[in-house]
Design a protein around this ligand. Structure first.
Ligand code: AGP
Length: 607
């Protein structure tokens, strides 16, 4: 996902813009650029690849000026090269953009017919030319920007700057987030609070359809009809500090190791330790009154939701309909008014998940959001927010957010079971106790890292890996495959162990390691049968189990990773850790960009 920053400042802004862009690196990008206005002169520097290349350009050819805009680009239209990097210029206009202009092709044709020449393959450039044409036709910058914005369809967060005015940046938002930062005599625009944290912790998020006129020390927000609107400023708590890696090689490594702490922190928000119960949820979702729960999310967040389907149905006897958001949003699933829907999202900005939320809201459903970013769009549009308290997750591959999402979903399951009287208070207490033990056990599991690293060294030599699991370990098998493929680029698939004989077993040979996630639970023996099927065909098995599972598994394995015994209810949270460590260390051996894997973004705010 692209990153945007703008500063209407009092001191040279070029280095400040780059600093802010560095805080947006976690979003994933493939080129970057900045532009400034200085005494009527507007200029830019852009570079392909990492920000260090842009810094080199600025060292060679510095940019003066106390007003500027900057951008990290995650390519959607046009290859990642300097010509397609933002800011884009047209006449007296400079622009940076996050999102997709859906009607850009018709606008491009119109502008070409009007004599405009395009120097890039991007959709963004049409916006620069639209604004520039408005100015050519006599509009003042603010009016020109407003007129151009009304022509756009699609998703956009924009910052627009003008050669003739070194005290004006226009911001606009329709989809991807954009916030105004309030400084001391300076004003800022940024994609999120993390980008603005070096300058201010007081921010005002724009809503969809808002556009803002930002000048030194003042700003105004309008709707697309030009009516002034008020948006409340807020403190961006928790992002004021500069997120760094500490003594870890990667943010992902740091975030894996933070899990015992952040899971405990998250659980403390939901568990009443004095009564060993789940705290009453100040939420509009009444689990005793709903007949069905819809859940939608993407990627890792979806796998967390899928695990919770087993929990809600088993312990709360609550039927769950779950789907990946990119399908859910177009499926037109029939919903009953008054039913509830839960949306799981680390960033709270994923476009498909947000669209699914809005679909359910339009169906009159009560909306719950499990998010890691409180001020996010999904959080703000939900009726009930159930925060994960994982802290900023910088690594593109989601780890601590995932186990915190599971922790929240487990707490909601127990709350639902209590309200629906499908578990006795004693049974709830037992399950709450199991949750309370998770952080301690998770710490123990991290001590297995050396053994897991040795296994990872083997995995780094293979081309394909199969993950197998049953019940709540099936979604975890898919999550393990996602983790491995997204950071090591090794092809991996997660499968229900029982499905092996329906096709995937054809893949099994000595070159196909099979990672089996199988604590000794109520269906362990069934999984052992699947392992025998694999072994009989020369497949190499890496078994992740507990002491009893290791003892009772009658199958020879390439490696057996033995975890502490845990109650079946919380096993998915604990078994996520070896799965994450395996992917992480394999990627380290592969030498890939672990925190910012190729082609990926931390939050996908476009379709
Ligand atoms: C997870 O490792 C991936 N980076 C990705 O699948 C992610 O989980 C997905 O894009 C959803 O993001 P969200 O949680 O911010 O909505």
């Amino acid at each position: 996902m692209c990153g945007i920053v703008g500063i209407v400042g009092k001191e040279p802004v070029a280095p400040l813009l780059v600093d802010a862009l560095k805080r947006l690196e976690y979003r994933g990008y493939d080129s970057a650029g900045v532009a400034t206005v200085d005494h009527g002169h507007m200029d830019r520097r852009r570079a392909e690849g990492k920000l260090i290349n842009l810094e080199k350009r600025l060292k060679e050819e510095p940019l003066a000026g106390t007003i500027g805009i900057g951008h990290t680009r995650w390519a959607t239209h046009g290859v990642p090269n300097e010509a397609n990097a933002h800011p884009h210029f047209s006449g007296d206009v400079a622009i940076v953009h996050n999102g997709i202009i859906e009607n850009f092709w018709e606008l491009r044709e119109e502008l070409i017919a009007d004599g405009y020449q395009f120097s890039s393959q991007t959709d963004t450039e049409v916006v620069a030319h639209l604004v520039s044409r408005e100015i050519r036709n006599g509009a003042a910058p603010v009016e020109a920007a407003h007129n151009a914005l009304k022509r756009l369809r699609g998703a956009f967060a924009l910052a627009i700057m003008f050669r003739g005015d070194d005290n004006l940046i226009i911001g606009a938002r329709n989809g991807p987030p954009l916030a105004v930062g309030h400084g001391d005599g300076e004003m800022y625009l940024g994609s999120d609070a993390i980008a603005l944290a070096p300058f201010t912790d007081t921010i005002t998020y724009l809503e969809d359809g808002d556009w803002a006129v930002v000048r030194r020390g003042e700003f105004a927000i309008y709707d697309m009809d030009g009516n002034p609107v008020h948006r409340a400023p807020q403190k961006s708590v928790g992002t004021a500090f500069l997120v760094d890696k500490g003594n870890h090689r990667h943010f992902m490594e740091k975030e894996i190791h933070e899990q015992p702490e952040v899971i405990a922190h998250t659980l403390s928000n939901y568990i009443d330790f004095s009564t060993m119960t789940i705290k009453p949820l100040k939420s509009k979702i009444d689990f005793s009154a709903i007949n069905r729960l819809a859940i939608s999310a993407c990627g890792t967040a979806y796998y967390a939701g899928l695990i919770s389907k087993y929990w809600f149905e088993r312990f709360a006897r609550l039927p769950v309909d779950i789907d990946i958001a990119s399908e859910f949003r177009y499926r037109e699933m029939p919903m009953a008014k008054g039913d509830a829907a839960l949306f799981v999202s680390q960033s709270g900005e994923t476009a498909d998940t947000l669209a699914s939320l809005r679909y359910c809201k339009n169906q009159g459903m009560t909306i719950g959001a499990i998010v890691n970013v409180r001020g996010s769009t999904i959080a703000r549009e939900a009726d009930a927010v159930f925060p994960t308290l994982a802290g900023p997750e910088i690594g593109v591959a989601s780890t601590k957010a995932f186990t915190c999402q599971l922790s929240v979903l487990a707490a909601l399951t127990l709350r639902a079971a209590e309200k629906r009287k499908t578990l006795s208070p004693e049974q709830v207490r037992v399950h709450v106790q199991a949750l309370i033990e998770v952080p301690r056990i998770a710490s123990q599991v991290l001590h297995l890292e050396d053994q897991i690293t040795r296994v990872a060294r083997e995995l780094a030599n293979v081309k394909h890996v199969l993950y197998l699991g049953r019940d709540t370990n099936f979604p975890l098998a898919m999550e393990g495959a996602l983790k491995l493929k997204e950071i090591s680029y090794i092809h991996a698939e997660g499968y229900a162990a029982g499905e092996l004989k329906h096709g995937p077993i054809a893949l099994i040979d000595e070159n196909m390691p099979v990672i089996v996630i199988a604590p000794h639970d109520h269906i362990f023996e069934k999984t052992v049968s699947n392992m025998q099927e694999v072994a009989a065909r020369g497949g190499k098995i890496i078994l992740i189990t507990d002491e009893k599972g290791a003892r009772l598994s009658t199958v020879e394995t390439m490696e057996t990773i033995v975890l502490p015994d845990v109650p079946e209810f919380v096993a998915p949270i604990i078994y996520a850790l070896p799965v994450q460590l395996l992917a992480y260390h394999t990627a380290v051996f592969m030498g890939t960009d672990v925190d910012q894997p190729r082609n990926l973004a931390k939050s996908v705010t476009v379709e």
